[in-house]
Design a protein around this ligand. Structure first.
Ligand code: WTA
Length: 654
């Protein structure tokens, strides 16, 4: 996108209007949607203020809607006070205390149900345990857990007392955990002995010990849930079992009224340069958006069973597992393990057995399950499903149609939801009872979200199918507040490019003749591997940290299941390996990256060269590397290449 305009090549004209049945029962039909758009367009702040008053329970009502005095650090509802956990739990006790809040299934098949009343009691007991360990409002608490109810309990308990949680995905390595603990200055880690994934035990406590042994001076205590049989060391004076921590604690805990802008959580995400960014969200604005989108987009009714398959380590698992659906009093499913364990029918078996009505997952999972064939889902009764969703990356029309036909039996609308860790909740998406969908398009922005596409000069792109930068023109309540500890980076990353005039998402997109958005991918050096954002720079740094590596360049190549796969070009300190020497080195480097960053960051391909292709001015020619990695014809002018002979090595022909 730097030197040429993006032309869209994807042509997809099929349209799928919502069925009359769906429209009849929906929470938001075309008329009510149009009314919301009109209200938001007429008075942006008034629209959000009205919803915030209607939807949330305030301890102290707000009088200021939007404070833009420190723009682009926008603040919402600044003189109001509320508690997020009270809005997710206590508000339901009178009307649906006995309703199931969480249906849990472990990978090994163990099951557990928690009603709203039981969940509230568990959250209170754990909140009291946190307090008795000295945790106070504003303290950072790292949660490094498997996908079990206690992960949500821990998050809600933090919210209840105003502690700021930072969930670290259980698939990340000890080193990643260490970096996140340090950056956040966390006082406590909440973890488990181990979690179950793909038939293996992921030893989280052992990884935590490794991280802490490398110096995380701010950590005072560790709470450890017993979840598996793997055993773990417990350090006296620092580590407490979860069961001991909550023993004797009261099952009531008054929610602390907190300022609307009180930080609710940090969540680290990859950027194009440097270390991961601690995206910081605030309380009220985030909760409002989580609530509204859960109700509108997932059309949640009281008898629905909602399954968002995302792990709580990602933002989707925050907004559409731990907060949004609870705020609207829904029943959610949580599953601990891998989608294909013990076989490719696991997801569909869970849908059947728990009567899932609304299912939300990532395109990478859909593609992986599609590959296994139609006869697997055909063995299960999926007739309860009434709405399907996707998130995390563009969904290719083929996978969309499969999802629609084989999983949804052509009955279920599909909501392709575009959003980011930074946006807090869904921004661009069909409303299932109001929007005709097109495979591969996330359709239109929600009311109150002023999404647009602009060119290099910041002018709105009006011509259909002409690509540009995806931006949001006005602040919205759930937007990130800053990057933890680095506000300059916040301004630089999201605002500076167009002089703070609008939020720059970092994605490119185009609009078709109907005004529908089509996301084309990232414009920075961030890859989307299996729906997870990875900075090429982070993987490069990890590779270069290996003693044998002198230089590395990592690019993405298309992958039919993961969306994108990592392709690394490596220059060693010694001679370039050839023949039988290649394989062991590839293995060694992949394992190394797995240890440095986590298994998802292991490159699929590693190719060795004597040096990397650079221009005479010394810039790595990334576009060339991408073309080679994708097996494309090289159309680029390579005459500026310092050493044209290495092209063959890079192609793997030598
Ligand atoms: C991509 C996940 C196309 C996009 C909620 C974005 C999507 C990044 C979609 C954010 C979608 C997310 N269609 N691309 N429906 N949803 N993306 O922070 O590139 O993990 O910038 O948040 O995923 O990833 P993140």
């Amino acid at each position: 996108m730097t030197d040429k305009k993006l032309e869209s090549i994807l042509q997809e004209d099929r349209q799928f209007p919502p069925s009359a049945d769906f429209v009849a029962g929906t929470r938001l039909n075309a008329d009510s949607l149009a009314a919301l758009h009109a209200a938001a367009d007429a008075d942006h702040e008034g629209y959000w203020a009205g919803l915030a008053r209607e939807e949330l329970q305030w301890d102290q009502p707000f009088t200021v809607t939007l404070d833009d005095s420190a723009a682009p650090n926008y603040r919402w509802f600044t003189d109001g006070e509320l508690n997020v956990s009270a809005n997710c739990l206590d508000v339901h006790l009178a009307t649906r205390g006995d309703k199931t809040a969480i249906i849990f299934e472990g990978e090994g098949g163990d099951k557990r149900r928690l009603s709203y009343r039981e969940l509230t009691a568990e959250v209170c007991r754990f909140a009291n345990a946190l307090k008795s360990q000295g945790i106070e409002a504003g303290d950072r608490v790292v949660i490094y857990m498997p996908m079990v109810p206690e992960a949500v309990i821990a998050m809600q308990a933090c919210a209840r007392i105003g502690a700021v949680h930072s969930v670290v995905f259980g698939g990340f390595s000890a080193n990643s955990l260490r970096d996140r603990i340090r950056d956040a200055g966390a006082r406590m880690v909440i973890t488990a002995d181990g979690g179950h994934r793909g038939g293996q035990i992921v030893e989280l406590k052992a990884a935590t010990d490794t991280a802490l042994a490398q110096g995380c001076d701010t950590i005072e205590s560790v709470i450890v849930l017993k979840r598996s049989d793997c055993g773990c060391d417990m350090q006296a004076g620092r580590d407490t079992w979860w069961a001991d921590a909550v023993a004797g604690q009261s099952d009531t805990c008054e929610p602390t009224p907190l300022n609307a802008e009180h930080p609710l959580f940090l969540l680290y995400t990859s950027g194009s340069t440097g270390k991961p960014k601690g995206i910081q969200h605030a309380s009220a604005g985030y909760l409002l958006h989580a609530t509204l989108t859960s109700r509108w987009i997932f059309d949640l009714h009281d008898d629905d069973v909602f399954w968002c398959t995302a792990d709580v380590g990602w933002v989707t698992g925050h907004t559409y597992v731990a907060y949004g659906p609870l705020a609207v009093g829904a029943t959610i499913v949580m599953y601990e393990g891998a989608p294909t364990y013990p076989d490719g029918g696991r997801f569909w078996s869970i849908c059947q057995r728990h009567g899932v009505t609304i299912f939300y997952t990532a395109p990478t999972a859909i593609r992986a399950l599609m590959k296994l064939g139609d006869d697997i889902p055909a063995q299960y009764d999926l007739s309860k499903l009434r709405l399907l969703g996707t998130v995390g990356e563009p969904i290719n029309p083929e996978a969309w149609i499969w999802y629609h036909t084989v999983i949804g039996n052509k009955r279920c609308p599909i909501v392709d939801t575009w959003w980011q860790t930074e946006t807090g909740g869904i921004m661009i998406s069909p409303l299932p009872g109001a929007t005709a969908t097109k495979p591969g398009s996330c359709t239109r922005a929600l009311p109150g979200i002023q999404a647009d596409i602009v060119d290099e000069a910041g002018e709105s792109v009006t011509q259909a199918d002409q690509g540009g930068y995806l931006v949001v023109r006005k602040p919205w309540p759930a937007m990130l507040r800053t990057i933890w500890g680095d506000n300059d980076r916040y301004v630089e990353t999201y605002w500076a490019q167009f002089q703070n005039r609008f939020y720059v998402a970092g994605d490119s997109a185009h609009r078709d003749n109907d005004g529908y958005f089509w996301i084309m991918g990232r414009i920075d050096d961030v890859l989307n591997v299996s729906g997870h954002r990875l900075g090429t720079m982070e993987v490069e740094s990890a590779l270069v940290a290996h003693e044998k590596v002198a230089e590395a360049a990592v690019v993405g190549r298309p992958h039919d299941v993961k969306g994108e796969a990592l392709f690394a070009y490596v220059v060693l300190r010694g001679d370039r390996p050839t023949g039988d020497a290649v394989e062991p080195l590839v293995k060694e480097l992949r394992a190394w990256v797995g240890e440095e960053l986590g298994a998802i960051a292991k490159p699929d391909d590693i190719r060795f060269a004597d040096n990397l292709p650079k221009t005479r001015s010394g810039k790595i020619m990334r576009r060339l590397l991408r073309a080679i990695a994708s097996g494309e014809e090289i159309t680029q002018d390579v005459s500026t290449l310092e050493n044209p002979a290495i092209l063959e090595q890079l192609r793997g022909d030598d």
